[in-house]
Ligand binder design. Structure first.
Ligand code: 4NP
Length: 155
């Protein structure tokens, strides 16, 4: 399974989502690849925001070595699922989809809710970590239930 996490800057939310999803899937012995990107290009080449690095570290997740990059159309070729944080990310990524199959890959990380941008509020990084962690756990449950063989197939 190849999963791409997308937000606006790729320095606050999607690096957390990448780190958390990789951590959880590794913990569960899943052979999943997780990456992240931003729809904007301001921070390309930089590491994640220090506040995200700290929030992740407080939960045993190391995101310090990630490097910011911009989302590109070719990402649709490589990834099975593209999880976005909010509706603006959704519109921006959908505008780059070349066909329906690519558009179908794009979903809000939290299903029907958005992950708010914590960039202007230091106090939002911890709650945002928890929101993203909950979303990642739900996604793992959902995708594992779809990909695991049924009891009949296992027999
Ligand atoms: P992110 O947060 O989309 O969660 O990475 C932001 C980081 C930087 C900016 C906007 C959002 N910015 O405008 O520089």
């Amino acid at each position: 399974m190849k999963i791409l996490m997308v937000c606006l800057g790729n320095i606050c939310r999607s690096p957390l989502a990448e780190g958390i999803m990789q951590h959880l899937s590794d913990e569960q012995g899943l052979n999943w690849t997780v990456d992240s990107a931003g729809t904007g290009s301001w921070h390309v080449g930089e590491g994640p925001d220090k506040r995200s690095v700290r929030a992740a570290r407080n939960h045993g997740v190391d995101i310090s070595k990630q490097v910011c990059r911009q989302f590109k159309t070719k990402d649709f070729d490589h990834f099975d699922h593209v999880f976005v944080m909010d509706k603006n990310n959704m519109n921006d990524v959908l505008n780059m989809a070349r066909n329906d199959d690519e558009a179908q890959k794009v979903k809000l990380l939290l299903g029907d809710k958005i992950v708010p941008d914590p960039y202007y509020d230091d106090n939002q990084f911890e709650p945002v970590f928890e929101l993203i962690e909950g979303g990642c756990k739900d996604i793992i449950k959902e995708l594992r239930s779809l990909t695991q063989p049924s009891p009949k197939e296992r027999a």
